[in-house]
Ligand binder design. Structure first.
Ligand SMILES: [Fe+2]
Length: 210
């Protein structure tokens, strides 16, 4: 089940969340999409069915690449990873994640620059639009397994705040309609063709269409 609520800048204490659950100002998924452009969907915990639903989303949105990220509580580099994820940043491509196991918080900026915390758990999908500042915090017990979906093979590029303020994708986010489904379109172009063991291989480059 996806939950979202407003938080203060310093509101990162999970125990406080448990103590003050009743006081949280929750936002429904439709309002979340209207105010931030973030799309969330709960596909349930029957993972066969849920993964098939994600496959449909993958086809609909034209994702051509995916991988799996798994972080365990005893990971050697856990602190370093958490620090990296918790840094406020954005991407020039949408960030799409499906939770296979565990849970995590995506904090996303609202129109008035306050934080909205989006909790995603097993079976939930989240799409963060390009140009929207966000950060990720692992919930206890620091376990997460995600399908990560990309339009093209990922460059893993993230832009931290405030360096990203002048990027085109950021201006799009500020000026555009947050419910718009428009996004960067990449057109593949064949750069090299070769034949190995009777099979053709194509090396592709992708060009951004404005
Ligand atoms: Fe990100």
């Amino acid at each position: 089940m996806v939950r979202a609520w407003f938080i203060n800048e310093e509101d990162l204490d999970e125990d406080r969340l448990e103590r003050e659950n009743a006081k949280l100002q929750f936002i429904d998924p439709e309002t979340l999409t209207k105010t931030t452009g973030v799309v969330v969907q709960a596909f349930g915990t029957d993972m066969d069915g849920a993964n098939k639903s994600v496959d449909s989303v993958k086809n609909e949105r034209g994702y051509s690449y995916e991988d799996c990220l798994e972080i365990m509580p005893d990971a050697d580099n856990l602190e370093k990873l958490m620090q990296k994820f918790a840094t406020e940043h954005l991407h020039d491509e949408e960030e799409t994640r499906f939770v296979l196991d565990g849970s995590t918080y995506f904090d996303v900026r609202s129109k008035d620059d306050t934080w909205i915390r989006v909790e995603v758990t097993k079976g939930d999908l989240i799409i963060v639009p390009p140009g929207l500042y966000h950060r990720l915090t692992l919930t206890k017990p620091k376990l997460i397994k995600l399908r990560r979906l990309f339009l093209v093979k990922p460059s893993w590029t993230s832009f931290n705040r405030p360096d990203a303020d002048n990027l085109d994708c950021r201006r799009d986010q500020d000026d555009g309609d947050p419910t718009s489904t428009s996004r960067n379109i990449y057109i593949p172009s064949i750069m090299e063709v070769s034949k190995k063991k009777n099979r053709w291989h194509f090396k592709l480059s992708y060009f951004l269409v404005n």
